[in-house]
Design a protein around this ligand. Sequence first.
Ligand code: FAD
Length: 457
Amino acid sequence: MIMQKHHAFLKPDHLLSTWSAFKSLPAASRALCRYDSKDLWELDTQRLPMPMANLRRRARAFAESVLAPGVRILDEADHAQAGTLHPQAAQVLSEAGRQGWMTGILPVPLGTAGVAEMAYAPHFRYALQVEEFARVDAGQMLLLSAHQLGLAPLLLSMDPKLWWRYLRPMVHDFQHGIPHLFAFAITEPGSGSDVEEGMGAELARPGVVAYRDGKGYRLRGRKCYISGGDLARTLTVFAALEGEPMSSWTCFVVQSDQPGFSCRRTELKMGMRASSAAEIELDDVRIEPSAIVAGLRRGWALNRATLNMSRFPVAAMAVGLARRACELALDFCVQRQLAGKPLLHYQEIQLQLAQMIAQTRAMRSMLWQSASGSFVPRQSEASMVKFLASDQAQEVCTMGLDLLAEVGIGSDCGMEKLLRDVRLIRIFEGTNQINRLAVMEDLQPLWLQSGPGSISC
Ligand SMILES: Cc1cc2nc3c(=O)[nH]c(=O)nc-3n(C[C@H](O)[C@H](O)[C@H](O)COP(=O)(O)OP(=O)(O)OC[C@H]3O[C@@H](n4cnc5c(N)ncnc54)[C@H](O)[C@@H]3O)c2cc1C
């Protein structure tokens, strides 16, 4: 790299630095151009309404105290047999449960979200906490958040009987430090994108089928890549009705101790290793009518509604990883000396750092604007921020690795792990291509109805 010879750093007391120049202005003028450069995280936190700022602070404290000790342990642990919970992960889940992080999207008295927090959309609240968790460890973050994905269809069903039957015992267990995980099962060996996109679903052949059995059903088939599917006590499993196409998709609650349920294996993934991705087998799992969520043939709608909610937190994962890449790069450039000066003082380095930070903040701005704007998560907004943030986060992490060079590729500093983790975000909750299509799917009818010249973006 050709380095700019200029010393790209004006000390705060230099006459030309804004720090000192502004001091010479009259006091009234200084009210408009005060120069007090602030920690960026603090600045963003202070801009949030008080209950959300408090939530963000608590999430950061939890991540730094409870998740941080297990980052290397869980990333480097041997690939565990399906169904084995690492003692470190068990400890994290137990503490997360006690502190209310596993039940925080559920309203009081069912869950642990405080009354002040309930004024804000669940997907916004959840996005705030997920950024903090992912910044410290995306693997443990996924271990915790796959659970929220699993219970989302039950929450969305708005059925108090189901809440009482399935969610209440889970909340009770977590409050007492006993891990009681949920998982969300839509993906099948033959259908990944097809179960997240209408056009694909129209042609897809359902792999998991519900066969009529008296008043209930029997589920048969395989689901794959189910986050935490081997550890979950309860799974929301989506299946088509016998002889019917995907439009018959129905959501069923399956308990992992039911006869016919088994977990074949978990994947050895490139990233987010603290979270398992399980292949589960359903071999005539008996379903009582009371375990059908929101009624027959409503599974497709529940699935899409769940994804609309969860794609905001997925974008927040990307923001958390990009932010960590910025922080690691800044630390490195402050410490690392080149020709007697910190790397931070070279303008070429500054250009790259400024780009990384601005990109990360742009992702967060888009996320906060679209997630906090409405209680109802809009498909086009959720998908736009999911694909944009995860693409950009990968770029930011790559720039970070470029800056750290050989230091970055070692496992000690954490930059290479960010790249392994960030890559997965572009795949799950619909690949980024599928999310681009979801934007079009959502807005196409409106645009086709609009008269010439009346479309606005
Ligand atoms: C870490 C991780 C955790 C996961 N957790 C869960 C979970 O908890 N529960 C669950 O059910 N699933 C989960 N999944 C599965 C995930 O949702 C799927 O991997 C994802 O939807 C993509 O499906 P696929 O891998 O089968 O890719 P495919 O659908 O086979 O796609 C292959 C390629 O084709 C492209 N493609 C497909 N269709 C189109 C189209 N119409 N137009 C343009 N391009 C297209 C895709 O973008 C992709 O590039 C997880 C996956 C990962 C990686």
